[in-house]
Design a protein around this ligand. Structure first.
Ligand SMILES: Nc1nc2c(ncn2[C@@H]2O[C@H](COP(=O)(O)OP(=O)(O)OP(=O)(O)O)[C@@H](O)[C@H]2O)c(=O)[nH]1
Ligand SMILES: [Zn+2]
Length: 248
Protein backbone atom coordinates (compact mmCIF):
# COMPACT_ATOMS: atom_id res chain seq x y z
CA UNK A 1 0.00 0.00 0.00
CA UNK A 2 1.34 3.46 -0.89
CA UNK A 3 2.84 5.27 2.07
CA UNK A 4 3.18 2.27 4.35
CA UNK A 5 -0.38 2.94 5.47
CA UNK A 6 -0.72 0.27 8.12
CA UNK A 7 2.46 1.23 9.94
CA UNK A 8 1.40 4.88 9.88
CA UNK A 9 -2.08 4.07 11.16
CA UNK A 10 -0.44 2.21 14.06
CA UNK A 11 1.31 5.43 15.06
CA UNK A 12 -2.06 7.07 15.78
CA UNK A 13 -2.85 4.28 18.24
CA UNK A 14 0.65 4.41 19.72
CA UNK A 15 0.39 8.16 20.35
CA UNK A 16 -3.08 8.29 21.89
CA UNK A 17 -1.63 9.06 25.32
CA UNK A 18 1.87 10.09 24.27
CA UNK A 19 3.51 12.65 26.46
CA UNK A 20 7.27 13.04 26.79
CA UNK A 21 9.59 15.64 28.24
CA UNK A 22 9.55 17.39 24.85
CA UNK A 23 12.20 18.72 22.51
CA UNK A 24 14.13 21.98 22.50
CA UNK A 25 13.93 25.02 24.75
CA UNK A 26 10.13 25.10 24.38
CA UNK A 27 9.84 21.42 25.37
CA UNK A 28 7.50 20.78 22.45
CA UNK A 29 5.87 17.35 22.30
CA UNK A 30 3.90 16.09 19.32
CA UNK A 31 1.42 13.27 18.70
CA UNK A 32 0.44 11.60 15.44
CA UNK A 33 -3.31 12.14 15.40
CA UNK A 34 -4.62 11.35 11.90
CA UNK A 35 -3.50 9.69 8.67
CA UNK A 36 -5.15 9.70 5.24
CA UNK A 37 -4.30 9.13 1.59
CA UNK A 38 -3.33 12.23 -0.38
CA UNK A 39 -3.04 11.83 -4.13
CA UNK A 40 -1.12 14.88 -5.44
CA UNK A 41 0.07 16.32 -8.75
CA UNK A 42 3.50 14.95 -7.82
CA UNK A 43 2.18 11.45 -7.13
CA UNK A 44 0.63 9.43 -4.31
CA UNK A 45 1.31 10.37 -0.69
CA UNK A 46 -0.20 9.80 2.71
CA UNK A 47 -0.70 12.85 4.90
CA UNK A 48 0.06 12.54 8.60
CA UNK A 49 -1.32 15.20 10.95
CA UNK A 50 0.48 16.10 14.17
CA UNK A 51 -0.93 17.73 17.31
CA UNK A 52 1.49 19.58 19.58
CA UNK A 53 1.27 20.68 23.20
CA UNK A 54 2.57 24.24 22.73
CA UNK A 55 0.55 26.12 20.13
CA UNK A 56 -2.27 25.68 17.66
CA UNK A 57 0.07 25.19 14.70
CA UNK A 58 -0.94 22.13 12.72
CA UNK A 59 2.18 20.60 11.19
CA UNK A 60 1.86 17.74 8.71
CA UNK A 61 4.06 15.15 7.02
CA UNK A 62 3.59 13.93 3.45
CA UNK A 63 4.83 10.35 3.32
CA UNK A 64 5.58 8.23 0.28
CA UNK A 65 6.58 4.58 0.47
CA UNK A 66 7.47 2.52 3.51
CA UNK A 67 9.43 4.73 5.89
CA UNK A 68 8.45 3.71 9.43
CA UNK A 69 11.50 2.05 11.01
CA UNK A 70 13.60 2.63 7.85
CA UNK A 71 17.12 4.05 7.51
CA UNK A 72 18.48 6.66 5.04
CA UNK A 73 15.00 8.01 4.34
CA UNK A 74 14.97 11.11 2.06
CA UNK A 75 13.41 13.94 4.10
CA UNK A 76 12.58 17.50 3.14
CA UNK A 77 11.76 20.13 5.78
CA UNK A 78 9.60 22.73 4.04
CA UNK A 79 8.85 25.98 5.85
CA UNK A 80 5.43 27.42 5.05
CA UNK A 81 5.37 30.31 2.60
CA UNK A 82 1.82 31.43 1.84
CA UNK A 83 2.94 33.92 -0.80
CA UNK A 84 5.16 31.46 -2.63
CA UNK A 85 3.52 28.07 -2.01
CA UNK A 86 -0.06 29.18 -2.61
CA UNK A 87 0.05 32.41 -4.58
CA UNK A 88 3.04 31.63 -6.78
CA UNK A 89 5.07 34.66 -5.69
CA UNK A 90 8.35 34.98 -7.56
CA UNK A 91 10.11 36.84 -4.73
CA UNK A 92 11.37 33.54 -3.33
CA UNK A 93 11.95 29.98 -4.52
CA UNK A 94 9.58 28.30 -2.06
CA UNK A 95 6.95 27.02 -4.49
CA UNK A 96 9.56 25.49 -6.77
CA UNK A 97 11.26 23.99 -3.73
CA UNK A 98 7.97 22.45 -2.60
CA UNK A 99 7.18 21.02 -6.04
CA UNK A 100 10.72 19.75 -6.54
CA UNK A 101 10.86 18.33 -3.00
CA UNK A 102 7.75 16.23 -3.61
CA UNK A 103 9.06 15.18 -7.03
CA UNK A 104 12.42 14.16 -5.56
CA UNK A 105 10.68 11.97 -2.97
CA UNK A 106 8.66 10.29 -5.73
CA UNK A 107 11.84 9.71 -7.77
CA UNK A 108 13.57 8.20 -4.74
CA UNK A 109 10.62 5.82 -4.33
CA UNK A 110 10.05 6.83 -0.70
CA UNK A 111 10.50 9.76 1.61
CA UNK A 112 8.91 12.36 3.83
CA UNK A 113 8.16 16.06 3.43
CA UNK A 114 7.46 17.87 6.68
CA UNK A 115 5.30 20.93 6.00
CA UNK A 116 6.25 23.15 8.92
CA UNK A 117 4.11 26.15 9.85
CA UNK A 118 7.11 28.46 10.15
CA UNK A 119 5.95 31.25 7.84
CA UNK A 120 8.60 33.87 7.06
CA UNK A 121 11.44 31.86 8.63
CA UNK A 122 9.49 31.90 11.87
CA UNK A 123 8.50 35.61 12.04
CA UNK A 124 4.98 35.11 10.67
CA UNK A 125 3.16 36.39 7.62
CA UNK A 126 2.54 39.98 8.72
CA UNK A 127 6.17 40.47 9.67
CA UNK A 128 7.35 38.85 6.44
CA UNK A 129 5.32 41.39 4.48
CA UNK A 130 6.79 44.16 6.64
CA UNK A 131 10.21 42.73 5.71
CA UNK A 132 9.25 42.78 2.02
CA UNK A 133 8.32 46.46 2.36
CA UNK A 134 11.75 47.18 3.86
CA UNK A 135 13.37 45.22 1.01
CA UNK A 136 11.65 47.59 -1.40
CA UNK A 137 13.63 50.36 0.31
CA UNK A 138 16.91 48.58 -0.44
CA UNK A 139 17.49 46.23 2.52
CA UNK A 140 18.27 42.58 1.84
CA UNK A 141 16.32 39.74 3.53
CA UNK A 142 18.74 39.52 6.44
CA UNK A 143 18.90 43.28 7.06
CA UNK A 144 15.11 43.52 6.89
CA UNK A 145 14.66 40.88 9.61
CA UNK A 146 17.23 42.59 11.82
CA UNK A 147 15.59 46.01 11.29
CA UNK A 148 12.31 44.50 12.59
CA UNK A 149 14.04 43.26 15.74
CA UNK A 150 14.29 39.60 14.76
CA UNK A 151 17.24 37.33 14.13
CA UNK A 152 17.87 36.65 10.45
CA UNK A 153 16.25 33.25 10.97
CA UNK A 154 13.93 32.52 13.91
CA UNK A 155 13.28 28.88 13.05
CA UNK A 156 13.73 26.13 15.59
CA UNK A 157 13.57 22.55 14.34
CA UNK A 158 12.66 20.90 17.65
CA UNK A 159 9.16 20.16 16.39
CA UNK A 160 10.60 18.70 13.16
CA UNK A 161 12.97 16.51 15.17
CA UNK A 162 10.12 15.18 17.31
CA UNK A 163 8.07 14.50 14.15
CA UNK A 164 11.00 12.54 12.66
CA UNK A 165 11.38 10.51 15.86
CA UNK A 166 7.59 10.07 15.94
CA UNK A 167 7.68 8.55 12.44
CA UNK A 168 10.44 6.24 13.69
CA UNK A 169 12.90 7.15 10.93
CA UNK A 170 16.17 5.47 11.94
CA UNK A 171 18.27 7.85 9.83
CA UNK A 172 17.54 10.45 7.18
CA UNK A 173 19.09 11.94 4.06
CA UNK A 174 18.12 15.59 4.31
CA UNK A 175 17.07 17.39 1.13
CA UNK A 176 18.49 20.88 1.75
CA UNK A 177 21.19 23.47 1.13
CA UNK A 178 20.90 24.83 4.66
CA UNK A 179 23.59 23.54 7.06
CA UNK A 180 21.70 24.98 10.06
CA UNK A 181 18.93 22.40 9.55
CA UNK A 182 21.47 19.57 9.74
CA UNK A 183 23.13 21.12 12.79
CA UNK A 184 19.90 21.51 14.73
CA UNK A 185 18.45 18.11 13.82
CA UNK A 186 21.70 16.43 14.84
CA UNK A 187 21.57 18.28 18.16
CA UNK A 188 18.05 16.88 18.62
CA UNK A 189 19.40 13.34 18.15
CA UNK A 190 18.26 12.81 14.56
CA UNK A 191 20.78 10.67 12.64
CA UNK A 192 21.43 12.65 9.43
CA UNK A 193 23.23 10.09 7.28
CA UNK A 194 23.49 12.30 4.17
CA UNK A 195 22.47 15.46 2.35
CA UNK A 196 20.67 15.73 -0.99
CA UNK A 197 21.24 19.23 -2.54
CA UNK A 198 18.04 21.13 -3.33
CA UNK A 199 18.99 23.93 -5.67
CA UNK A 200 16.40 25.78 -7.71
CA UNK A 201 17.78 27.83 -10.62
CA UNK A 202 17.30 31.58 -10.05
CA UNK A 203 14.79 33.70 -11.94
CA UNK A 204 14.71 37.44 -12.57
CA UNK A 205 12.83 38.31 -9.35
CA UNK A 206 14.51 36.00 -6.86
CA UNK A 207 18.16 36.12 -7.98
CA UNK A 208 19.13 38.69 -5.32
CA UNK A 209 17.18 36.74 -2.68
CA UNK A 210 19.06 33.53 -3.57
CA UNK A 211 22.39 35.37 -3.67
CA UNK A 212 21.67 36.68 -0.17
CA UNK A 213 20.93 33.15 1.07
CA UNK A 214 24.28 31.96 -0.31
CA UNK A 215 26.35 35.01 0.71
CA UNK A 216 24.87 35.94 4.09
CA UNK A 217 22.97 32.93 5.42
CA UNK A 218 25.50 30.20 4.65
CA UNK A 219 23.30 28.21 2.25
CA UNK A 220 25.23 25.84 0.00
CA UNK A 221 24.15 27.27 -3.36
CA UNK A 222 26.52 27.80 -6.30
CA UNK A 223 24.44 30.25 -8.35
CA UNK A 224 27.13 30.75 -10.98
CA UNK A 225 26.79 27.10 -11.96
CA UNK A 226 23.06 27.34 -12.63
CA UNK A 227 21.30 28.26 -15.85
CA UNK A 228 18.73 31.01 -15.35
CA UNK A 229 15.15 29.80 -15.39
CA UNK A 230 12.33 31.35 -17.37
CA UNK A 231 9.69 32.46 -14.91
CA UNK A 232 5.93 32.43 -15.23
CA UNK A 233 6.30 29.30 -17.34
CA UNK A 234 3.47 27.43 -15.61
CA UNK A 235 1.11 26.34 -18.36
CA UNK A 236 -2.29 28.03 -18.14
CA UNK A 237 -4.89 25.68 -16.78
CA UNK A 238 -7.98 27.45 -18.06
CA UNK A 239 -7.88 28.63 -21.68
CA UNK A 240 -8.78 32.32 -22.20
CA UNK A 241 -12.40 32.85 -23.16
CA UNK A 242 -13.13 33.81 -26.76
CA UNK A 243 -13.16 37.57 -27.21
CA UNK A 244 -10.70 38.23 -24.32
CA UNK A 245 -7.04 39.14 -24.82
CA UNK A 246 -5.27 35.91 -25.73
CA UNK A 247 -8.61 34.24 -26.55
CA UNK A 248 -10.01 33.32 -29.94
N1 LIG B 1 11.72 36.70 6.92
C1 LIG B 1 11.68 36.36 5.63
N2 LIG B 1 11.30 35.12 5.31
C2 LIG B 1 11.28 34.79 4.01
C3 LIG B 1 11.62 35.71 2.98
N3 LIG B 1 11.49 35.08 1.80
C4 LIG B 1 11.09 33.82 2.07
N4 LIG B 1 10.96 33.63 3.41
C5 LIG B 1 10.58 32.43 4.15
O1 LIG B 1 11.68 31.56 4.11
C6 LIG B 1 11.23 30.23 4.37
C7 LIG B 1 11.97 29.29 3.45
O2 LIG B 1 13.29 29.27 3.83
P1 LIG B 1 14.53 29.42 2.88
O3 LIG B 1 15.54 30.25 3.57
O4 LIG B 1 14.06 29.85 1.50
O5 LIG B 1 15.11 27.98 2.66
P2 LIG B 1 15.53 26.95 3.75
O6 LIG B 1 14.28 26.16 3.98
O7 LIG B 1 16.17 27.58 4.93
O8 LIG B 1 16.70 26.15 3.08
P3 LIG B 1 16.68 24.91 2.12
O9 LIG B 1 16.38 23.71 2.95
O10 LIG B 1 18.02 24.84 1.51
O11 LIG B 1 15.59 25.20 1.11
C8 LIG B 1 9.72 30.26 4.20
O12 LIG B 1 9.13 30.18 5.50
C9 LIG B 1 9.45 31.63 3.59
O13 LIG B 1 8.20 32.17 4.00
C10 LIG B 1 12.02 37.02 3.36
O14 LIG B 1 12.35 37.86 2.55
N5 LIG B 1 12.03 37.30 4.70
ZN1 LIG C 1 8.66 31.85 -0.17
Amino acid sequence: MTGGGDALAQLVLRDRDHECEGFGPGRVCVRVVAVARLPTRAGPFRIVAFWNNRDAKEHVALVHGDVVGAADVPVRLHSECLTGDVMGSLRCDCRDQLTEGLAAIQREGRGVLLYLRQEGRGIGLINKIRAYALQEQGLDTVEANLALGFRDDERDYAVAAHMIHGLELRSIRLITNNPEKIRQLTAYRVDVSGRIPHVIPPGEHNRFYLETKARRSGHLIDLAALEPRSEQADPVVVAPAPGTPGGE
